[in-house]
Design a protein around this ligand. Structure first.
Ligand code: ASP
Length: 334
């Protein structure tokens, strides 16, 4: 790939995209280098896909969808294709999306046949008077909108099935990254919920989140990822936020809105706001991470777990990707 530098474009906003691919106690095992490389590549592809939209003067909403769809289509992450199983062996997916200029929002939950739930969330936002549709109603709606419907077996992956069996034996409900760390073949099964926040050339923010939820969750359980204000929030007056972690605690703390509210009403710096939210979550026994972006292009990628798959890209088209704590690594230029 060649490096393509772009100059400042007058009064236009500087574009930026920030993504996450879940947080947890990630151990990559003996083949750490190869596995790190595999994650890094998909995160970079996601960043490049979103960047292409922003670079072509596309909207932050479209950039968020493009970035998330790449991760939904990859079995490495717990969203779309790589979704984890419920206790009774089903894949129940959820996603949400929000636009910062209008605070329009859309979400789906408990869907089992929509290939890209993030597209369905967007369709709910743009093509219905509602914010959230669940289950069969959401699936029928998505089909009517021409979205790709798949047989539920599309979401079956052996490693997720194995992960469920281990969780059932241990009688635990697992955050994906923490699931079966030492027990699964390849030790590479720690991949999570995905999310993106973007700022487009017009200065508009957007946020989106997509997940398969928690391994061994009760059928019908809905997490934070599809709940506007918990897993996703965007408001041009403050920030765009996408979260990942122990969903129940993110719901109880209204984590995404909580972060945005601190920035809007208390003028808290975004990193501090994110850390305050994580501290509240930790205080009630939860953990995870979140990505935050403001309308000036300032961003934060914060987590209180061992790792968070994450990355960012801006005008220069250089994708910066990180997994463990420490600086993000420049991995690819477009
Ligand atoms: N927050 C998600 C949930 O509770 C899980 C995750 O972020 O990995 O469904």
């Amino acid at each position: 790939m060649t490096i393509h530098m772009r100059g400042n474009t007058g009064n236009d906003s500087q574009i930026r995209l920030v993504i996450h691919g879940g947080a947890g106690a990630v151990k990559l095992g003996k083949q750490r280098r190869e596995r790190e490389q595999a994650y890094t590549e998909v995160l970079a592809q996601s960043l490049v896909a979103g960047h292409a939209v922003l670079e072509a003067e596309g909207s932050s909403i479209d950039a968020v969808i493009a970035a998330i769809a790449v991760m939904e289509d990859c079995p490495l992450f717990n969203a779309g294709k790589g979704s984890v199983f419920t206790h009774d062996g089903r894949n129940e997916l959820e996603a949400s999306i929000m636009e910062g200029s209008t605070r329009a929002a859309g979400a789906v939950a408990g869907v089992m046949t929509i290939r890209n739930p993030i597209r369905a969330a967007h369709a709910v936002m743009t093509k219905s008077p509602h914010v959230m549709l669940i289950g069969q109603g959401a699936e029928i709606f998505a089909a009517k909108q021409g979205l790709e419907i798949v047989d539920s077996s599309y979401f079956y992956t052996q490693h997720r099935w194995n992960q469920l069996q281990k969780a059932i034996v241990k009688e635990s409900i697992l955050l994906d990254h923490d699931a079966g760390l030492d027990t699964l073949p390849g030790e590479d099964e720690k991949h999570g919920t995905v999310g993106a926040v973007a700022l487009d050339r017009r200065g508009n923010l957007a946020a989106g989140t997509s997940t398969g939820g928690l391994t061994n969750k009760h059928s019908g359980r809905v997490g934070d990822s599809s709940i506007i204000s918990a897993g996703t929030y965007a408001d041009n007056r403050s920030v765009a936020v996408s979260t990942t972690g122990t969903g129940e605690m993110f719901i109880r703390t209204a984590a995404a809105f909580n972060t945005a509210a601190q920035v809007r009403f208390l003028h808290t710096p975004i990193t501090e706001a994110a850390d305050n939210t994580l501290a509240e979550i930790a205080a009630i026994g939860g953990d995870g991470g979140l990505i935050v972006l403001d309308a000036d292009g300032n961003y934060a990628m914060r987590f209180n777990t061992g790792a968070m798959f994450r990355g960012t890209i801006a005008e220069d088209g250089i994708a910066q990707v990180g997994i463990f704590s420490g600086p993000e690594t420049a991995v690819v230029s477009i």
